[in-house]
Ligand binder design. Structure first.
Ligand SMILES: *Cc1c(COP(=O)(O)O)cnc(C)c1O
Length: 234
């Protein structure tokens, strides 16, 4: 894209967000072609955490509908007003969920990507029943077994998936992971895919700005992309 000084949009953030979004979509399409996948099978979640209403409005104007936030309070402050003007938004919770925020999260979000412990499964089941809202949930797996990272230990994944489904009757649609920073993401994506396959789970939430193309090659159905769309977090 070539911008000239006379272009009235040259300095505007909305042009940047629209252009960045188009570039990410092109990257998704190219990778899907390369690995023989249908791009319709990859949902792009625009991660808008820390970004205000203007860049989000620019993304919506450019056709973006899936958005991700990592904090319930921040999302509660930002999204009701935006949703009032765009009814077909799908809001994804991609950050850790404290049990005392479950009620707000179930009311506000459409998909939970961070089901990561038994107590949370119980709370989500209770609250979804109370609000009569059955949200699809991804179970977060700590594929790198990092002490500081949330997620179910891979060795306990099968048992936890069974409890979430059978005891708590949650709508478990897939698995999510955040690979360790200093390791090959591909190994973790392949591992997550294997756990999902043996448990009959079709969806994989994996891949961020730096590695979404690799994630697509390993079967990602939901990629979570922030800085490649909105720039540096503010
Ligand atoms: C912030 C965040 C992302 C997006 O990261 P980028 O590198 O900016 O694309 C994806 N997933 C989770 C869980 C995040 O917290």
């Amino acid at each position: 894209m070539i911008l000239t000084v006379s272009d009235p949009d040259a300095a505007s953030g909305s042009t940047e967000v629209g252009g960045a979004l188009a570039a990410v979509r092109d990257g998704i399409a190219a990778k899907c072609r390369a690995v023989g996948r249908d791009p319709a099978g990859v949902a792009l979640i625009a991660v808008s955490k820390t970004h205000g209403p203007e860049p989000i409005a620019a993304a919506i104007a450019a056709g973006q509908r899936h958005f991700g936030e990592n904090r319930v309070q921040e999302a509660a402050a930002k999204w009701p007003a935006i949703r009032a003007t765009s009814s077909d938004i799908r809001l994804h919770l991609i950050g850790p969920l404290q049990t005392n925020k479950v009620s707000d999260a179930v009311a506000l979000f459409d998909v939970i990507h961070t089901l990561d412990r038994p107590r949370l499964a119980e709370k989500l089941a209770e609250e979804m029943a109370r609000q009569a809202r059955r949200l699809p949930c991804f179970i977060q797996i700590n594929t790198g077994r990092e002490a500081q990272k949330a997620g179910i230990d891979p060795a306990e994944a099968d048992a936890f998936i069974a409890v979430a489904r059978e005891t708590w009757k949650l709508d478990v649609t897939g698995l999510m992971c955040i690979p360790p920073l200093n390791e090959q993401a591909a190994i973790h994506f392949a591992f997550l895919r294997e756990i999902a396959a043996r448990n009959g789970l079709a969806q994989l939430s994996m891949g961020m700005s730096d590695d979404f193309e690799t994630a697509i090659a390993f079967g990602a159905t939901h990629i979570r992309v922030g800085s490649a769309i909105f720039g540096m977090r503010v």
